[in-house]
Write a protein that binds this ligand. Structure first.
Ligand code: HEC
Ligand code: HEC
Ligand code: HEC
Length: 478
């Protein structure tokens, strides 16, 4: 890699390019045809969700039966969005809810099942009780246990009324697909589903949702969505040795205190001190807010689930999260360089360290010398959770592979961060990442070349495994 020698000309040029780029991004984003069909298919259905979740409940008992049924189904559809059922129960390029998505459990691949109302291959023969037992207790109609890759430990909080609406939607609002999903066959002892009975006995709670008496109705609604259908804790709560979530309700201080997902640091949602209520709503609705943009698995959560939630519900979630006591700030002996100092150094562009030079050459055009990016277009790198995480895996991943925001109703443009895996060596990524983690007000430990090499290897292995599974799925489909 060659460095541009920072010259006097370079800076104004850089600024000019940046502003032009911001304008283009802000108005058009980047054409994202790949994501378009799914978006279009689901866009039509959102408009049906006019009824507020709470008020739609009473429609079920209204005298005009057909419209009451339609309202119930529409509410079920909305709740299925809130529960993000589609994300796990649909494989790429396959019909919605037909299952077959491979989920790596750490002990082998678990395939999601066909939950369309097909009587043979789906859940068409499930009674309301059997459906509720599967969703809330992880028990299949034949009495065997589901693996907790299905988040029934959160869905246990779903009310009976909401279960009825979900049932109506899955039986009458979803198109049946007469196709078997691949069967899951884990190796011993994980193939023994009765083992999950023991696991449930130890770890799973059978407790319904319990609001705290001091909560306002809005906070209660937010807690209900987060603890239950939203299953936010399945990624945002730390897990114990048996992959059990260490806490499952708001009263416990470990709940939502941050976790790790295949090494990707999942931030704490407790209090979210740096964000306003509106910042949280924007992030969940559009995958971006004035200072941040979504990356990693959260992108899919926004795309398939939170982008569809009504404003009221998103505000409820935000107010609830802001009310949680923040996790204590972790002790860190890293001294940040200081926002002004870093920005000044990058602006003067003399005696730059290698990390600073790499930043100017590759990143500053979009993220700017102050590391603040551009409001709602390029996320701020100063203070970004992903940069300050103890585990640098997510940061290295984003630098190598890039990221793109989802296209949502409220923010259809896709913002693209390019990947640098072909342009930067392991040592350059490490040096640049270390600069990011200690520049401006950031404070996190340095990143080593070895760590970058490991992530690169891992990404390659994941890509290979993915290709293999894809090929397998194609051959079994014929
Ligand atoms: C995080 C991934 C994930 C999400 C989200 C998810 N599921 Fe599942 N679900 C699974 C997996 C994996 C299985 C199969 C588990 C097994 O084989 O033990 C499953 C199984 C099921 C079953 C049992 C089906 C059968 O064949 O007996 C039902 C019913 C079900 N899910 C309904 C839902 C509903 C309704 C939602 C949304 C409210 C949902 N799931 C959300 C992963 C998920
Ligand atoms: C499948 C796993 C998963 C689920 C489920 C999930 N999240 Fe996330 N979430 C993540 C990851 C990973 C990140 C980090 C994203 C990044 O690095 O840019 C994240 C980031 C966030 C952030 C940004 C916080 C910050 O400081 O940057 C918010 C807010 C958030 N999630 C809210 C939620 C809510 C609310 C729910 C439930 C409705 C939820 N998440 C469910 C994985 C998940
Ligand atoms: C062409 C413009 C562009 C360039 C050049 C660029 N980025 Fe980005 N970057 C973006 C956009 C847009 C996003 C938001 C994408 C997303 O998160 O889905 C982003 C996101 C990120 C994130 C994730 C932030 C978060 O809160 O999750 C990090 C970290 C990052 N960039 C670092 C870098 C580094 C380091 C470089 C230089 C090696 C760089 N970027 C170069 C546009 C750019």
């Amino acid at each position: 890699m060659k460095f541009l020698k920072p010259s006097r000309l370079f800076k104004p040029f850089l600024a000019g390019v940046s502003l032009a780029a911001v304008a283009v991004y802000a108005t058009h984003g980047m054409a994202d045809t790949a994501g378009a069909p799914a978006q279009a298919a689901s866009a039509a259905s959102t408009s049906a969700l006019v009824a507020a979740p709470a008020s739609a409940a009473s429609a079920a008992s209204a005298p005009s039966a057909p419209s009451a049924k339609a309202a119930l189904i529409a509410r079920g559809q909305y709740l299925a969005r809130a529960g993000d059922c589609i994300a796990c129960h649909s494989a790429p390029g396959q019909p919605a809810f037909a299952g077959g998505l491979p989920i790596d459990s750490g002990h082998g691949v678990i395939y999601s099942t066909n939950i369309t109302p097909d009587p043979q291959f789906g859940i068409g023969r499930y009674t309301p009780q059997q459906f509720a037992d599967a969703v809330r207790r992880g028990k299949r109609a034949d009495g065997t246990h589901l693996y907790p890759a299905m988040p029934y430990t959160s869905y246990v909080k779903v009310t009976d009324e909401d279960m009825q609406a979900l049932y109506a939607y899955f039986m009458e609002g979803v198109t049946p697909v007469a196709k078997a999903a691949p069967t899951t066959s884990l190796s011993f002892p994980f193939n023994l589903r009765f083992g999950m009975g023991m696991w449930n006995w130890f770890f799973a709670s059978n407790d319904p949702f319990k609001p705290v008496s001091s909560w306002t109705p809005q906070v209660t609604r937010g807690a209900y969505l987060v603890e239950g259908l939203g299953h936010c804790g399945s990624c945002h709560t730390p897990r114990g040795v048996a992959m059990n979530e260490k806490a499952s309700y708001s009263g416990e201080e470990k709940f939502l205190s941050g976790g790790e997902l295949n090494d990707w640091a999942v931030p704490s949602l407790r209090g979210l001190p740096r964000w306003s209520e509106q910042d949280i709503v924007d992030y969940l609705q559009t995958g971006r807010n004035p200072s941040a943009a979504v990356a990693g698995e959260m992108t899919e959560v926004v795309r398939h689930s939170t982008a569809y939630l009504q404003d009221d519900d998103l505000h409820a979630v935000a107010v609830y999260l802001k009310g949680l006591t923040p996790a204590p700030d972790r002790a860190s002996d890293v001294k940040p360089q200081g926002a002004q100092e870093t920005a000044a150094k990058l602006t003067q562009a003399v005696n730059l360290s290698l990390g600073e030079r790499l930043y100017l050459d590759n990143c500053a055009a979009c993220h700017f010398v102050d590391g603040k990016g551009a409001k709602r277009v390029f996320p701020s790198l100063d203070g970004a959770t992903v940069i300050n995480a103890d585990n640098p895996y997510a940061l290295i991943h984003v630098m190598l592979k890039g990221a793109r925001t989802p296209s949502t109703d409220k923010a259809p443009s896709v913002l693209v961060m390019p990947g640098f895996d072909h342009r930067l060596s392991d040592s350059e990524v490490a040096t640049l990442a270390t600069f990011l983690r200690q520049g401006w007000t950031n404070r996190a430990a340095p990143v080593s070349e070895k760590e970058v090499a490991k992530v690169r290897e891992r990404l390659q292995a994941d890509a290979d495994a993915h290709a293999k599974l894809q090929a397998q799925a194609e051959t079994t489909a014929h």
